[in-house]
Every structure is written in C-alpha cells, then in structure tokens.
Design a protein around this ligand. Structure first.
Ligand code: HEM
Length: 78
C-alpha cells in the first residue's frame, strides 16, 4: 500500500489519504466507511474486498506499533 497508515489527523494528508495507524478506527467503522464512502476515496464493495480481507487489513493496521517518543532517539536530540 503506497499510503501512510495512521488514524491521527482526519484531514486527508499524505499521498492519498489520512494515516490509518497506529490506533486504527474500530473494524465496524472502517467497514462502514470502506463500503459506503462517496467522497474522494473510492468505495470498496464486498465484490472487490471480502469481509475476510477487510478484517485482515484491520488486524494488520492494529498490529502497527506506535512510533517511539522522539526524546528516546539520540539523533533527534542533539
Ligand atoms: C485497501 C485500501 C484502502 C483502505 C483500507 C482505506 C481506508 C481508509 C479509511 C479507513 C479512511 C478513513 C480514515 C479516517 O477517517 O480517519 C480512508 C480515507 C481516505 N482514503 Fe482510503 N483506503 C484505501 C484505499 C484508498 C485509495 C486507493 C485511495 C485513493 C485513490 C484512498 C484515498 C483516501 C482519501 C482521499 C481519504 C479521505 C476521504 C475523506 O475524507 O472523505 N484510499 N481510507
């Protein structure tokens, strides 16, 4: 996926859309969005993305850890 994955800002930054992870929205909310969005993002009906694939993508997004605090990275504190 050539897009950033984080759910922080909802303004649609990055290459294509808002970051989806860490902390993705709940599976139910993501499913409702993917199936019914009619804005700038194309919808993904079940014929294109199965519920199982959608759940896998959500599980992957949930598995992405939060970035470390910049204070813990010496190069960023010189
Ligand atoms: C499997 C593929 C994709 C998934 C799982 C996905 C998921 C999502 C989700 C969950 C949101 C809502 C985020 C939020 O409100 O915080 C979102 C928004 C968005 N996505 Fe995607 N997306 C996918 C593919 C795409 C593609 C292919 C494009 C561009 C062609 C795209 C462009 C956008 C844009 C522009 C938004 C903001 C839409 C708005 O505010 O109405 N996404 N995406």
């Amino acid at each position: 996926m050539a897009r950033r994955l984080n759910a922080g800002a909802r303004q649609g930054g990055g290459i294509a859309g808002p970051k989806l992870a860490p902390n993705p929205m709940a599976l139910e909310a993501m499913s409702a969005f993917l199936r019914h969005t009619n804005g700038r993002m194309p919808p993904y009906p079940e014929a294109i993305m199965s519920n199982a694939d959608l759940a896998d993508i959500h599980a992957y997004l949930q598995s992405i850890p939060r970035s470390p605090d910049y204070k813990s990275i010496p190069l960023l504190n010189r």
